[in-house]
Design a protein around this ligand. Structure first.
Ligand SMILES: C[S@@+](CC[C@H](N)C(=O)[O-])C[C@H]1O[C@@H](n2cnc3c(N)ncnc32)[C@H](O)[C@@H]1O
Length: 440
């Protein structure tokens, strides 16, 4: 009797609660029918996604944090990236059916929570600024109505230090025997209406206002065009440490400059042109009445210089701006003096930088730039300076593309000669430093 009742109950339950797989199966089939890219992605293009995921990890080494796949379709690339990294991957697409289908596929792949499908428009993504460590986008940009705006939004959501790889292609590292027929098929196929070839991505990014030195076009054979964007890391912490650690030496350099040119109490315009973030301008502002412009190495250096100038009460007299050392932003004959610490150690082309110093100096102006400890420095102070500077240079969060060389006197002389300016080495032979005076 009890067995019959139990059986009846089970049957009744089966009638009112249909197995979820029946519904999911219908929905899955229905969505597959609606999302045409699914068939290509899981058939002809299937080998592309694991290879592209591997290439991204090999090239950029970004394996933790957040990845956004823009126009990710049914999530194949995001899933492959999630499988070989610890990244949380957001697969964003404007097509709600593609997003719903990728939700089902992600669950089936056991990647729930690791890959998150999101509905959204590449040109205005629902992510905050600096959200992603890695932004990828394969085969979607040709369909964005305003490609420049889409690229700008990818840049916006990228973290400082992050990389974006946007375009279309089939992975450089996929076996050519597999890759080339796919790429050839793609090259031969007729493009849908509104499709814009991604061959001009660099130009589009420049039009979007992105900094040229952060961009690189990376093309594949037969078919495949990519734009690589590398957003510089935030180096403000390092510049603050540089200024704080070396402050006693910078103050000594400032006093020596004031004595050498008799600047105490005088007025005029000074350009600070070195590595740090305005480390000489603040002590010089205390000792003189000059106004200072700082040609900072990058945006982080300019930010720290401006913050510290404001904190010291010199916001009206010190102004920093990030500058290309080969092409300073200033007119010729603009400054009475140019001073800078560590510039020759970080400039890619010290001869060009010296030429720029002579160009922006007023006639009878003078510039002093150099590396190392102050002009006149005790042995103990010199050793302490070298120890601190080495530790700072080697810090893992030091600015990328920072320290380049500790020049010998011979190298310095070859630079001054190549620059064609009137320059003399003024530091003593024996000390661990190298200072050059440029006269106009
Ligand atoms: C050719 S498919 C590529 C899909 C996927 N990236 C892949 O490689 O399998 C292009 C995708 O871009 C999406 N898309 C087009 N315009 C978009 C936009 N403005 N914002 C976000 N996604 C978009 C489409 O819905 C489609 O899923």
């Amino acid at each position: 009797m009890r067995t019959t009742a139990t059986l009846l109950l089970v049957c009744a339950a089966a009638l009112v609660v249909p197995p979820p797989t029946v519904f999911a199966g219908d929905l899955r089939a229905d969505l597959i029918e609606k999302v045409h890219m699914y068939e290509t992605a899981t058939d002809r293009f299937a080998p592309v996604y694991p290879a592209l995921a591997k290439q991204l990890v090999q090239d950029y080494g970004i394996t933790t944090g957040v990845c956004v796949d823009v126009g990710g379709g049914t999530g194949q690339l995001a899933m492959e990236i999630a499988k070989i990294t610890d990244l949380t991957c957001y697969s964003l697409d404007i097509d709600s059916n593609a997003v719903r289908l990728s939700g089902i596929l992600v669950d089936e792949a056991g990647l729930t929570g690791r890959v998150v499908p999101v509905e959204g428009d590449a040109q205005n993504m629902p992510f905050k600024d600096g959200f992603a460590d890695l932004v990828v986008s394969r085969g979607s940009i040709p369909f964005w109505p305003d490609r420049a705006q889409g690229i700008r939004d990818c840049y916006r959501i990228l973290k400082p230090g992050g990389v974006a790889y946007i375009g279309g292609g089939f992975s450089r590292i996929l076996d050519p025997a597999i890759r080339n027929p796919i790429a050839q098929w793609r090259a031969d196929s007729t493009m849908s209406e509104g499709f814009k070839s991604p061959a001009d991505l660099y130009e589009v990014a420049i039009k979007a206002g992105l900094p040229p030195d952060q961009l690189r076009q990376d093309n594949e054979p037969i078919a495949g065009w990519w734009l690589e964007i590398r957003k510089p890391a935030d180096a403000t912490r390092w510049y603050r440490e540089w200024n704080a650690t070396l402050q006693p030496w910078h103050e000594q350099i400032a006093r020596q400059i004031v004595d050498r040119y008799g600047l105490a109490g005088k007025y005029g315009r000074v350009l600070e042109f070195g590595w740090g973030a305005g480390s000489l301008s603040i002590p010089l502002a205390r000792l003189t009445n000059f106004t200072f412009v700082i040609a900072a190495k990058d945006a982080s250096a300019a930010q720290v210089a401006n913050e510290q100038a404001r904190e010291a009460g010199f916001a009206g007299r010190i102004q920093a701006v990030a500058c290309d050392p080969d092409h300073l932003l200033f007119d010729e004959n603009t400054f009475d003096y140019v001073f800078g610490h560590a510039g020759p150690a970080v400039w890619a082309h010290p001869d060009k930088a010296m030429k720029e110093i002579a160009r922006v100096l007023r006639p009878r102006g003078a510039g002093v730039v150099g590396n190392g400890c102050p002009l006149d420095c005790s042995k103990d102070s010199e050793m302490a300076f070298c120890k601190h500077a080495k530790k700072l240079r080697e810090a893992p969060y030091a600015p990328k593309d920072g320290f380049k060389q500790c020049a010998t006197r011979q190298t310095m002389l070859s630079w001054t000669k190549a620059s064609g300016v009137d320059a003399t080495i003024i530091s003593p032979e024996t000390i661990h430093n190298l200072w050059v005076e440029i006269r106009k």
